[in-house]
Write a protein that binds this ligand. Structure first.
Ligand SMILES: [Zn+2]
Ligand SMILES: [Zn+2]
Length: 221
């Protein structure tokens, strides 16, 4: 589903799946491939928007939980896209998805995938540049993608509509989550695109949501 010129949202399909976002530019990037079971469905939805698997040049991941990265190996194979990770994600590449699944008591395995390159502070897509923010708390390798020209923040499981990411999964950290939310809430954001649930549109609604989750954090965390 197109949400803005060149920006697409594919809603999570069910349990252990996540929202997928595509930014079409000179380089077309797909953020969070989701659960492999739903990859076929997701590719069909993308096709309806005129995006085929082969159009994807790059796959990146907000963090290495299986609901976000399970389909990476399969999508890489059908699309021929490159996979790029942040340095903070490399350390946990081989264990993070399995640790999370074991913690949740799920008998499954996320297929391993090869990483083609590593990016750090920014990722250029052509006309649009994504600024990368390392935002640990929900997981140590959690990152956000910020397109300053579009005022869009893709925030993974850091913050949601009226809620925040859980910190009870392996390597989660409440203090880090708080500090990461403080960091991203300072950005001028008109479109907040989280890993689960609804997207938040409009600067004032995004701002209101940060105020709400910060109250929640100081009260319950
Ligand atoms: Zn997660
Ligand atoms: Zn998630």
């Amino acid at each position: 589903m197109r949400i803005q010129n060149g920006v697409y949202w594919y809603k999570e399909k069910g349990l252990l799946d996540a929202n997928t976002y595509v930014i079409k530019n000179e380089i077309t990037v797909l953020i969070d491939p989701g659960l492999e079971n739903y990859l076929g469905l997701r590719l069909e939805e993308m096709q309806e928007d005129g995006i085929s698997a082969k159009d994807i040049d790059l796959i990146v991941i907000t963090h290495l939980h299986p609901d976000h990265c399970d389909a990476t190996a399969a999508l890489k194979e059908v699309s021929g896209a490159k996979v790029a990770l942040h340095p903070s994600q490399l350390e946990y590449l081989d264990t993070m998805a399995e640790d999370a699944l074991r913690f949740l008591g799920v008998e499954a395995k996320t297929k391993k995938f090869d990483v083609d390159f590593v990016f750090d502070e920014r990722l250029s897509l052509g006309n649009t540049e994504l600024k990368i923010l390392h935002t640990p708390g929900h997981s140590p390798g959690s990152i956000c993608f910020y397109a300053s020209d579009k005022k869009i923040l893709i925030c993974g499981d850091l913050v949601f509509d009226k809620s925040v990411g859980r910190t009870d999964l392996p390597f989660g950290n409440k203090e880090e989550l708080k500090s990461s939310i403080n960091t991203v809430s300072a950005l001028d954001t008109e479109l907040l695109l989280p890993g689960h649930g609804a997207i938040i549109e409009g600067r004032s609604d995004v701002k209101r949501n940060y105020e709400l989750v910060k109250t929640f954090l100081t009260t319950f965390f």
